[in-house]
Write a protein that binds this ligand. Sequence first.
Ligand SMILES: Nc1ncnc2c1ncn2[C@@H]1O[C@H](COP(=O)(O)OP(=O)(O)OP(=O)(O)O)[C@@H](O)[C@H]1O
Ligand SMILES: [Mg+2]
Length: 238
Amino acid sequence: MLEIQDLHAYLGHLYVVQGVSLRVERGDVLFILGRNGAGKTTFLKTIMGFINPSRGRIFYEGIDITSKPLYERARMGIRYIPDNRRLFPTLTVEENLLVGLSDIHERKKILDRLEYIYTVFPDLKKLRKLRAKQLSGGQQQMLNIARAIAHPDAKLFLIDEPTEGLSPIYASKIASVIQDLVREDRGVVIVETKPWLMKKIGGMYAIMNNGKIVSQGSVKDLMSSRDLIERYLGVTMS
Ligand SMILES: Nc1ncnc2c1ncn2[C@@H]1O[C@H](COP(=O)(O)OP(=O)(O)OP(=O)(O)O)[C@@H](O)[C@H]1O
Ligand SMILES: [Mg+2]
């Protein structure tokens, strides 16, 4: 569903993404790994359309979207979930969810989607009348993800460090939401380095180093390579 061909991107004069080629099919999860500053966030933002690549092609569902504007990519079902929680702080939880559904005109359909979200995140149902700024960090990240998956047409999710700074309970909740997306045959590209979470979700990995993919394969293979993990992730496996 997503095919990246030889993608290059700059941030100002800084050459960040240096020729990345990757594929993601429906029902796939691709973990993007790499040290701080490797270019992971820039890569996701380029797929979403926040950054124009200097070279290369992005195909989504067989269509070349390289020069399509961000809103069009969103309309086609691509969602970017940033690591900073970009909510509307003074709107309530429910109003935040409704903003993303504003293109749906049928009231019943909107209520169905809200019900779906509240089934996935029962906590958000209890909190629905609170303003987003009143939520804890974990709850805000939950709402951030809920907003992205709320729309029925969202198919490909680009998720940047969703569990950063969250308690294991919230992190594990987010992991099961990602498993649900996979079961529903949607695609996920995720920047996330917690080994337990990668093991739980499974799928594929690609390690980015200085803007290039230096290793890729299945999470299963990665988990058995202590050398790769220590060399590129800077974590010591227990
Ligand atoms: N707005 C910006 N302007 C200029 N340079 C930037 C900007 N944002 C990031 N950079 C630089 O671009 C490079 C890649 O940054 P990027 O955020 O894509 O890395 P990352 O792999 O997501 O890192 P992290 O793991 O810390 O989130 C880094 O050298 C960073 O300092
Ligand atoms: Mg980043």
